[in-house]
Design a protein around this ligand. Structure first.
Ligand SMILES: [Fe+2]
Ligand SMILES: [Fe+2]
Length: 271
């Protein structure tokens, strides 16, 4: 387990007057994805079947992700007592299925798997930092502060393991970039959209495009340029690129503009 428990959260400071319904909706989705962490830890243990030291780290990592889900779902229970976490999590697990029992990574290799994990931890680390900065409710801010620190530590674990894997595997920058972009697209269009749907809708059928938009239109406004800049630096590091400061800033500015452009299009589509 990590460096904190649910007892460290100041639950009594919860302030219902400072809730934002859009943030409650995305936190409901986040708690489902986080709570599924044990399934990913199981998969990593299968992929690294001959590496007991990494398996131990992966199990600890999985337990921390589950704790993130538990902390966020407890916060949601305060924010919206009508939310049925157990039912939503069952629906999420039934609908979002990947082969967690496979001994082979979907990314083609162990190094590929570590790049994908680095991308996910980049996403979560920047997401919880942005959410902490944007949220007004003090308990959520404290939960996000603790989770963001964990996610950064997770990134470091997977990056260190990636370096170790690359001593044996040959995986060029383009192959690494392809894996990173593939994982980024998956997060945006499938896992999070489906989690958002199962957490917030129980009457209508699933429509990937619709719920991907619904999720993005509530998430993108949280980000500020420095969050994007940091995420871009982490992604570039994972794919083995260390551009000079000027190029790094240019790529970050492009990513920021792409995000704002998508947000503008989302606003038009939902107007
Ligand atoms: Fe997490
Ligand atoms: Fe994490």
């Amino acid at each position: 387990m990590g460096s904190w428990t649910l007892d460290d959260i100041p639950w009594r400071s919860f302030d219902a007057a400072r809730l934002d319904p859009a943030i409650v909706a995305i936190v409901k989705a986040a708690c489902l994805v986080e709570y599924n962490g044990a399934a990913y830890a199981h998969h990593l243990c299968r992929v690294f079947a001959d590496d007991p030291a990494f398996q131990e780290s992966a199990r600890r990592w999985g337990a921390e992700e589950v704790q993130h889900g538990a902390a966020l779902s407890r916060w949601v229970a305060l924010a919206d007592p009508s939310f049925d976490f157990a039912a939503a999590f069952t629906r999420f697990q039934e609908g979002y299925r990947i082969d967690f029992d496979s001994t082979r990574s979907r990314r083609g290799s162990r190094a590929g798997e570590m790049i994908a994990r680095c991308i996910v931890e980049t996403g979560t680390s920047s997401y919880y930092t942005a959410l902490r900065d944007a949220a007004a409710e003090p308990v959520l801010r404290e939960i996000c502060r603790r989770i963001a620190a964990d996610e950064l530590r997770h990134y470091r674990l997977f990056y260190k393991t990636l370096r170790r894997c690359l001593e044996r595997e040959r995986l060029g920058c383009w192959a690494r970039l392809r894996i990173a972009l593939g994982r980024l697209a998956e997060s945006a269009d499938d896992e999070l959209a489906y989690a958002y749907y199962t957490a917030n809708e129980d009457a209508l059928p699933y429509d990937r495009r619709r719920y991907s938009r619904a999720y993005a239109s509530r998430t993108f406004p949280l980000y500020r340029p420095h969050h994007v800049q940091r995420a871009v630096a982490m992604v570039l590091k994972a794919i083995g690129l260390t551009p000079n400061a000027r190029l790094g800033r240019m790529i970050s500015a492009l990513a920021w503009r792409a995000m704002r452009y998508r947000l503008g299009r989302l606003a038009k589509a939902t107007a």
